[in-house]
Write a new protein. Structure first.
Length: 111
């Protein structure tokens, strides 16, 4: 099996979703993800799956082992703020927190 299929299956399993449910959520044809075992997936569908799971297409395709290298671009202070709010914060929650902090900073600059 190829990396694309395995990574999508793993991400879906981590969320407790079946591939069929994932296909329905993304409005993909029934059974299409299983056909990707042979490596035949269009770039627009790969992007759709990557966006859904908040990972890069490079991760899905096996070009990197880091699902979201953008998180590594956080400054030390951003990581500290997110961690101080909740040490068990998920990546998704951390992104939300960082977004809120950025919006608060923009608002403060307008005053």
């Amino acid at each position: 099996m190829n990396t694309l299929y395995l990574r999508i299956k793993e991400l879906a399993d981590d969320r407790g979703e079946s591939l069929a449910q994932l296909e329905r959520n993304l409005k993909l044809s029934n059974g299409i993800i299983s056909t990707w075992k042979k490596g035949k997936a269009s770039s627009d569908k790969i992007e759709k799956v990557a966006d859904y799971f908040n990972v890069t297409t490079d991760y899905l395709l096996g070009r990197t082992s880091d699902p979201n290298p953008a998180n590594n671009n956080m400054t030390k202070n951003q990581k500290l703020i997110a961690h101080s709010i909740d040490p068990d914060v998920t990546d998704e929650e951390r992104e939300i927190i960082i977004g809120m902090v950025k919006e608060a900073m923009k608002f403060r600059r307008r005053l």
